[in-house]
Unconditional design. Structure first.
Ligand SMILES: *Cc1c(COP(=O)(O)O)cnc(C)c1O
Length: 379
């Protein structure tokens, strides 16, 4: 499962990610939208997504053309009714983006924040819901990609069930890597996109929604193209999209789901990512780097490292040195913390990570960086 085009750098970024040759080759066909093969591929995708969450019967998978943000916006705009109110937790860029979506959609919302390295607790949700009985829905990010922190969705889901409020989960980063059982968690919706743990090309995303909730959502969406109810009705009736379907992307997504299953499904994929992540974090710590997160709250998807406190260090030079050696890394997203990120998603293997660690050591030596450590940021 290594990269197939030798002179293209391997993406160690949290999406888009490097894809297998066979996923890319699946797109070498031009099909019209109503053709039987497209109907079959759409069915395969919808059904396999439900397999992955144990969602048959209770839930349904609806495609949205666009990146994960489009599907988050479709889910919020369609599933939170006009007289509803959304509670959003944020500890990073993607949680902040959900707040931004609620604001743009003019949906009443409340939000609360925890530090970028601190997951929220079930008690915090209990308190926020008790304080504001107008809240009808909660939305949380499962893996917050701006740091890699994993938020405790099972505990939050238990609070939502007890209080009878709907739960929406942004699982764009974690889907296909971490379990999200639809029956056990009983969420209203989980949002995912193609270009993260499923290892498909970007441009298509999905909402896995509770059928009873979706069926009651007619007329909620303020948007035509992002009306999940309408797309659901249409796809159930006709087996294809309302508007031009992303034909090539569906072909690739279907192939990517097959390869996900061949790797051993969620458990298999998580095992490889976890092995890569372990090699990454151990290797970086051996060099003297410090992670932003404690391992106990970190996901095996992306790791965030403090930049070296050394006057010879610059991210631009690190990036260029890594790129010249065949690897693309990512800057940090936390204005305050001076970090950079390395991800383990895509066709990346632990051996690729080992080579990346050598490339990083070489680049640091070339820059003349000697001191890698950094004081912990105060809580
Ligand atoms: C990637 C990602 C998204 C979607 O971002 P896009 O820029 O629209 O692809 C949303 N939430 C999380 C947690 C993500 O990792």
């Amino acid at each position: 499962m290594t990269q197939d085009i030798a002179d293209e750098p391997l993406l160690l970024t949290p999406g888009p990610c490097s894809l297998s040759r066979t996923v890319k080759e699946a797109m070498l066909h031009d099909y019209a939208s109503g053709e039987e093969v497209m109907v079959e591929k759409i069915r395969h995708c919808r059904s396999t997504l439900l397999d992955l969450v144990n969602g048959h019967g209770s839930h349904t998978a609806v495609p949205i053309v666009g990146s994960g943000t489009y599907a988050n916006e479709a889910a919020i705009g369609t599933l939170v009714p006009r007289d509803g109110k959304l509670l959003v937790h944020t500890n990073g860029v993607y949680g902040d983006r959900i707040v931004d979506i609620a604001r743009h959609l003019r949906i009443p919302y409340a939000s609360f924040r925890t530090a970028p390295f601190t997951p929220p607790t079930a008690e915090q949700f209990e308190e926020a819901l008790a304080a504001d009985p107008a809240i009808t829905h909660v939305m949380v990010v499962h893996c917050e990609t701006s740091t890699g922190i994993l938020n405790p969705v099972a505990e939050i889901a238990a609070v939502c069930r007890r209080r009878g409020v709907g739960l929406l989960i942004d699982a764009v980063a974690s889907f296909g890597i971490m379990e999200l059982d639809a029956k056990a968690l009983s969420y209203d919706a989980v949002v995912l996109s193609a270009n993260k743990g499923i290892q498909a090309p970007p441009g298509i995303a999905w909402v896995i929604a509770k059928r009873t909730v979706l069926e009651e959502s007619q007329g909620n969406s303020p948007s035509l193209s992002l009306d999940l109810w309408d797309q659901y009705q249409h796809i159930e009736r006709t087996n294809h999209f309302r508007f031009t379907p992303a034909t090539h992307l569906i072909l690739a997504f279907s192939q990517a789901l097959k390869e996900h299953a061949e790797e051993g499904g969620i458990a298999g994929r998580q095992a490889r990512y976890r092995a890569s992540w372990r090699r990454l974090v151990d290797g970086m710590r051996q060099m003297g780097f410090r992670t932003l997160l404690d391992d106990a709250v970190a996901s095996p998807i992306v790791a965030t490292f403090h930049e070296p406190q050394d006057e010879n260090y610059s991210f631009a030079r690190l990036y260029a040195g890594m790129k010249a050696r065949g690897f693309i890394i990512f800057p940090g997203r936390l204005a305050a913390a001076n970090t950079f990120r390395i991800a383990c998603i895509g066709v990346v293997t632990p051996d690729d990570i080992a080579r990346a660690m050598e490339a990083l050591a070489e680049t640091m030596a070339e820059m003349g960086v000697r001191s890698f450590g950094r004081e912990p940021v105060p809580a």
